[in-house]
Design a binder for this molecule. Structure first.
Ligand SMILES: [Zn+2]
Length: 256
């Protein structure tokens, strides 16, 4: 069993061959996938997929890059969807200082409002962080996000930062980069953070693991992430698969 905690099967990159992608995931032992929505069209599609496939769940939130576009109606829609039986988290949300489409103050406001909503509807949150670690940690602290906890998605920070996130009730999710030869920090995190705090993900169609780096990513490749963690920790693939799946099921409140 493998749990891909962050996939964008709602992306247009799968318009042509989604069913084949899903069949390959099932054949490789992927038992659960969370499809993450982050704007109007991707949220709608995430819900569609979660309704269509038993083993697909949805997360709904608003991406920081598009923070300027979020209206009160959008937040209201996210609140209503939070009650959907297949919606297991809010997100992805967070801060992105790499792209400059949305000013920082607006990103902070949209992030804080979504954390407040997650506390209201009692769902964990999925955090996107690009070049904004200090502000992410500060806002999570100020908003008491530990109350709901969640996931640091595609974590690329240091072991020290990982520990601070774990102290705030967050899981550390590793993706394709942990398989890259030159990815020092994800490998250190995989080595030093205990399995009980780790999750795995693809973030597909992006961040494709070795040996398919550069190609389109898909959930069946999440096994390469689990294999890399197993090799770094010197434990079996099965142990990594089992622990990360159990962690995710517990976090999302999934009992199948
Ligand atoms: Zn994502």
């Amino acid at each position: 069993m493998l749990f891909d905690t962050h996939a964008h099967l709602n992306a247009i990159q799968y318009n042509e061959d989604l069913q084949e992608v899903i069949d390959r995931a099932l054949n490789e032992g992927v038992s659960h996938i969370v499809v993450v929505g982050f704007d109007r069209p991707t949220i709608a599609r995430a819900i569609e997929l979660a309704e269509q496939y038993d083993f697909i769940y949805a997360a709904v939130g608003w991406h920081p890059v598009d923070a300027v576009d979020m209206t009160d109606d959008d937040l209201q829609m996210i609140e209503e969807l939070a009650a959907h039986p297949k919606v297991v988290a809010l997100g992805e949300m967070g801060l992105d200082y790499y792209w400059d489409k949305s000013p920082k103050e607006i990103q902070h406001d949209v992030f804080r409002r979504q954390i407040a909503l997650a506390k209201k509807v009692k769902l964990p949150i999925i955090i996107h962080n690009r070049e904004a670690t200090a502000d992410i940690l500060q806002i999570l602290k100020e908003e008491n996000a530990a109350e709901v906890g969640g996931i640091m998605h595609c974590f690329s920070g240091s072991v020290e930062v990982a520990k601070q996130c774990i102290d705030m009730n967050f899981f550390i999710s590793l993706g394709g980069p942990v398989t890259f030869k030159n990815a020092k920090k994800p490998k250190e995190v995989a080595a030093q953070i205990p399995l009980e705090h780790l999750l795995i993900e693809t973030d597909c169609p992006y961040l494709t693991p070795h040996p398919f780096r550069g190609k389109r990513n898909e959930p069946s490749y999440v096994k390469y992430v689990a294999e890399a963690i197993a090799e770094i920790k010197g434990i079996s693939f099965e142990e990594v698969a089992k622990a990360t799946t159990e962690n995710a099921k517990k976090l999302f409140g999934i009992y199948r």
